[in-house]
Design a protein around this ligand. Sequence first.
Ligand code: ADP
Length: 208
Amino acid sequence: MLTVGLTGGIGCGKTTVGEMFVALGCRLIDSDQITRQLFEPGQQVHEAVVREFGAAIVHDSGWIDRRRLSAIVFSEPSKREKLNSLVHPAIKERQDAFLENVRREDPDAIAIVDAALMVETGSYKRYDRLVVVTCRPEQQRSRLERRSGLTLDAIEARIESQMPLVEKAGHADFVVDNSGAAEDTRRRVEDIYGELVRLSRGDRDVSS
Ligand code: ADP
């Protein structure tokens, strides 16, 4: 099995690129979806986060309201660190379980772990290869605005909380520049997939 970390600037197209890899046959776990599951009522992480940040972050449905929580943590780095310390270990546990499961089911698989902060946390080093998705700064802002409906200040706070994109891309084995049309990105993803397949067949010395 070949393991691949997938990351990039928020709003640059990590999820879109992940879906392209899945369409080609890769297995993928999305850390954002894991977080959603951890914020479900009854989960230990849910309890710990509510204990830390107060009942006001709980939605009527019982789930943690990510918007309310984000409003708190993106205004104060120390609170963001606290949140990460409560959530990241449980995310890692689920990622490891996913990789174990894929390894058992399909030893020839290409298994992708998608996570926003893997370069910041250093967890990208756990994977055989790293893919970083980028786009131009103004596109990052406008795509985020369209997708999230957040204010420009809120968007800046999220971008500021991440490592600068150029620096992040410096750690990549493969950069996907998602500044162009989706079809251009798909072609780049297909090329990278071809390279990953070669690597997964054991030729780990192929230069990337
Ligand atoms: P991320 O997972 O990195 O936050 P997404 O994949 O959700 O980013 O993409 C952010 C937004 O930009 C989504 O609404 C997505 O549909 C859109 N998008 C992604 N790639 C492109 C592209 N090449 N051209 C135009 N819009 C795109």
